[in-house]
Design a binder for this molecule. Structure first.
Ligand SMILES: [Zn+2]
Length: 344
């Protein structure tokens, strides 16, 4: 009854440990953003407190209360309250960059109290790589000798970003991107997506169910509006002067909304990656399938090496912008270095 798409190996391990009463008191779930770490952690909290034999049932009062963030014994610790994973950019925009010692002191306090309504107290630390070092050191104490009814689940996008002393006290579970077909099926069966929408979103999701669900709930969050890709194709055909003018407008947009420009760069990466896949005879793996006709048409105009180099340039430009390099300079170099379209 685990209500999560994919991650079968992790579920089997947790389910067996639960049935044999061998669950660890501390887990570290590592995987890309929105891959399902929080969903699995909530499911585990439900399994630990479920009132039925087949745990987690998802339907009993405990399971429901945990799902709705109303259970007194299950707490999510994050930069923002709630059980939704937020991106690092959203955190930075909110102006808070660390999980504080005070938050871990609170955890310590509640961990010392017997469960109030269930059997286990569960603490889920989202974005745990963002704990201040003082907070992380404080957490060590509880991890060293957790009360028998306490379970701590740390979520992180990177194993290496977690202090080795903390890692060594946790059982690590790696959550990898899940199969596109599984995402497509789940979107249709559990999230009311239409067949074609599910097909496209699953391809765009890079194997991250949370992203696909969010995009399905909010069509506006889907990157790759047709307009953006049409602009991209027209820029590739443009002369030097037009390219300069486009990079100037992008730099100006960057000063107003950094996230939009980063989103655009991600979209471009997906576009050029698709061209690379088509060149490599892997058409079935392309992401922008709603633009496949344009992709098939454009592919013949570019050399494979040029495409590959430009993808590297796009990644580097994104990193330079994140590190506060001069946006006009970065974008001028990027756009003027766009692969030459044969025949232009
Ligand atoms: Zn239940």
């Amino acid at each position: 009854m685990w209500q999560i798409t994919g991650h079968e190996a992790a579920i089997e391990l947790l389910d067996n440990s639960l049935k044999n009463d061998r669950l660890s008191h501390a887990y570290l779930f590592v995987g890309p953003a929105q891959v399902g770490k929080m969903t699995l952690a909530i499911n585990l909290a439900q399994a630990l407190n479920c009132e039925k034999d087949d745990k987690p049932c998802g339907a009993c009062s405990s399971c429901q209360r945990i799902m709705n963030s109303q259970h007194a014994d299950v707490q999510v610790i994050d930069l923002a309250a709630g059980k939704t994973e937020i991106t690092i950019d959203q955190i930075k925009e909110a102006g808070k960059t660390k999980i504080s010692t005070d938050q871990i002191k609170d955890l310590e306090h509640y961990a010392s109290l017997k469960p109030f309504e269930g059997r286990s107290r569960v603490f889920i630390i989202a974005n745990s790589e963002l704990m201040s070092s003082e907070a992380a050191n404080r957490l060590l104490k509880t991890l060293e000798e957790p009360p028998p009814f306490v379970h701590i689940i740390l979520l992180s996008t990177s194993e290496k970003a977690i202090l080795s002393t903390i890692r060594s006290r946790c059982q690590m579970l790696e959550l990898r991107p899940i199969a596109i077909s599984a995402i497509e099926k789940a979107l249709i069966e559990h999230h009311g997506a239409k067949t074609e929408e599910a097909h496209i979103l699953a391809r765009l999701s890079s194997g991250c169910m949370g992203w696909a669900v969010q995009a399905s709930d909010n069509a506006d969050s889907t990157p790759g509006g047709p307009l953006l890709l049409e602009t991209l194709v027209s820029i590739a055909k443009a002369d030097r002067l037009e390219k300069f003018s486009y990079s100037a407008s992008m730099a100006s947009q960057f000063s107003k909304n950094r996230a939009e420009v980063q989103k655009l760069l991600s979209l471009w990466i997906s576009w050029w990656r698709d061209l690379l896949l088509i060149k490599g005879n892997c058409r079935e793996m392309i992401t922008n399938i709603d633009h496949q006709e344009t992709l098939f048409r454009e592919e013949v105009y570019y050399d494979i090496i040029d495409i590959r180099n430009f993808i590297i340039s796009l990644i580097q430009a994104g990193m330079l912008l994140k590190n506060n390099a001069n946006p006009r300079l970065v974008l001028d170099v990027l756009i003027l270095g766009m692969p030459k379209r044969k025949g232009c």
